[in-house]
Write a protein that binds this ligand. Structure first.
Ligand code: ADP
Ligand code: ADP
Length: 234
């Protein structure tokens, strides 16, 4: 089944310097259980595309379907519910610096209306999944970059998402830490059946973890398919 379908999506930004065509008639589909890479240079439109998948951005044209339903089919309330199904992690982690690790993971659980006790228990389980149980009471500033990203992953998993969107999630990390985060993402994909979309400008990331890839350039998808088909040719 298709988890995400991008159907003829265009996005135009109107700026004081004129119109920017960030996406031009993009089509792609991500199947359930894929680890799907979106690769391209800075400015290619990767973030815009992923923000469309997360309903943070409304396409100027075309449709975004999540499990066969488009954004327009939902009421405001359903949309909020739908957003919970999509976790996101970022290059700079976006943690709450004044809160401990465990409180960062509890945050989305409180928003869902979980009690303090329930949230705490679930957060501790998730910290165990990402290998950070022993740092529950540390503050983000006391952690390495890789550890911060593990906290962000635990937080993203808190709402039991079906999809995890990763926007340059390893770009601020050294190669060894990058490899360990990619291993963790692979495990999460395998063990929880979560579909993962990875935006990156690094070919090595796509090669290491992705099953499928779309190559973007100047707002267009110029090639897409199985990583083994696209990257094995000389
Ligand atoms: P990438 O993630 O591949 O670097 P982006 O999606 O961030 O690409 O950007 C694609 C193009 O759209 C760029 O030219 C960028 O400057 C422009 N852009 C992105 N977001 C906005 C915005 N909110 N307003 C105006 N232009 C934007
Ligand atoms: P990235 O390429 O990693 O997505 P950027 O630095 O291009 O990050 O963009 C950061 C934020 O600024 C994004 O939310 C994007 O929408 C916005 N943005 C990017 N380009 C422009 C632009 N030309 N005008 C206005 N906002 C922009």
């Amino acid at each position: 089944m298709s988890e995400i379908v991008i159907e003829n999506v265009s996005k135009t930004y109107n700026t004081k310097d004129g119109r920017i065509h960030a996406l031009k008639q993009v089509n792609l589909s991500v199947e359930t259980g894929d680890i799907y890479g979106i690769i391209g240079m800075s400015g290619a439109g990767k973030s815009t595309l992923v923000r469309c998948m997360n309903f943070l951005e409304v396409p100027s044209e075309g449709r975004v379907l999540i499990r066969g339903k488009s954004l327009g089919d939902y009421s405001e309330k359903e949309l909020r519910k739908q957003r919970e199904q999509i976790g996101m992690i970022f290059q700079h982690f976006n943690l709450l610096m004044q809160k401990t690790v465990v409180e960062n993971v509890c945050f989305p659980l409180y928003i869902q209306g979980k009690s303090k006790k329930e949230a705490r228990e679930r957060a501790e389980e998730l910290l165990d999944v990402v290998g950070l149980k022993d740092r529950a009471n540390a503050y983000p500033a006391q952690l390495s970059g890789g550890q911060k990203q593990r906290v962000a992953i635990a937080r993203a998993l808190a709402s039991d998402p079906r999809i995890l969107l990763c926007d340059e999630a390893t770009s601020a990390l050294d190669p060894q830490t990058t490899a360990s985060i990619l291993d963790l993402l692979k495990e999460i994909n395998k063990n929880f059946g979560i579909t993962i979309v990875i935006i990156t400008h690094q070919m090595s990331v796509v090669r290491k973890i992705c099953s499928h890839v779309a190559i973007m350039s100047d707002g267009e998808v110029v090639e897409q398919g199985l990583v083994t088909d696209i990257f094995t040719h000389p």
